[in-house]
Ligand binder design. Structure first.
Ligand SMILES: [Zn+2]
Length: 178
């Protein structure tokens, strides 16, 4: 694995993504780069649900960034869903070639002055979770671990933004074997 490529789907806040990249670099010891935005029209949404099918967006990102040795993390404002999940905060494609993160459900409920920071923290946790899944880390049973499954934003808020000790051990083993 050489780099982590963050691919914005449509135009997103560049400095937010740069900051996200730096935090992911520190966690996974990879160089992060923010790619040019990939233009995806809202007409590609599932009209009935007003959501984007996870696998469809993953395929679009992968087509624009065909497989190299890099980690691909697509980030989007579109709300995502899967056949088995009403909505998805973040995850990896079935073939484990693309990770996706959606900001749609991560925004703070109020306009407090901490709203921007809360959005960043939630995004970082879910991005870390998705990249961890990309690298084959399984959902963790530790309550606080960032690899624990989150089904609500309150779950996300309760998680740390780092891997727990045992997930970190597996992460390090992966780094040494790659
Ligand atoms: Zn863990």
């Amino acid at each position: 694995m050489s780099r982590l490529r963050i691919v914005p789907v449509n135009r997103l806040d560049q400095s937010f993504l740069q900051r996200l990249g730096l935090c992911l670099e520190e966690r996974f010891l990879l160089e992060a780069v923010v790619e040019h935005a990939l233009s995806v029209p809202a007409t590609a949404l599932n009209r009935e649900r007003d959501q984007f099918f996870f696998n469809t967006l993953a395929a679009r990102v992968l087509t624009a960034h065909p497989y190299t040795d890099d980690v691909i993390l697509g980030v989007t404002d579109f709300d995502l869903y899967r056949t088995s999940e009403r909505f998805v905060f973040s995850g990896v494609s079935d073939d484990k070639r693309v990770a996706l993160l959606s900001f749609a459900r991560l925004h703070a409920e109020t306009d407090s002055q901490d709203a921007a920071n809360l959005l960043f923290q939630r995004s970082l946790k879910q991005a870390t979770h998705a990249v961890g899944r990309f690298f084959g880390l399984n959902p963790c049973h530790s309550d606080r671990c960032v690899m624990a499954v989150a089904t609500t934003v309150f779950d996300i808020d309760a998680h740390d933004s780092h891997l727990c000790e045992s997930c970190e051990r597996r992460n390090r083993a992966r780094q040494q074997s790659s």
